[in-house]
Design a protein around this ligand. Sequence first.
Ligand SMILES: [Zn+2]
Length: 133
Amino acid sequence: MKLKQVEQLTEDKCRELLKAGEQAKKYTYPTPEQGYSVALLTDQGHVYTGASYNSDTYTLTMHSEAVALAMAANHGETKIVAITGPNCHICKQLIYESSLRSGLDTLIIIEEQNLIKQIPISGLMPYPWPEQV
Ligand SMILES: [Zn+2]
């Protein structure tokens, strides 16, 4: 399946998402303000945030992206237009798989030196697994 290109967001919308993601950092567990947090935008225009939930085993730690994707899915929303980054490689894989299911090439929103970048997840997966067919 060929992923559908998502229209670029306005800079204001990107900054709104980045701010929502940053504000969710206070929910990182078990220690507020220590961990990671993100925000995502669905095709319905809703924003969901996620904050990392750490485990002493590390293996059981839930990354903020997984939390946000699950939060959206638990509200019946699985078409993700954009999510804030940068993201670790595990989360890129998770976002990519979400894109394969929805058909939308989710945008990764990154602010770098006060510049907004909107990068389709497919652009961050040069040799993806599973491959697109
Ligand atoms: Zn991650």
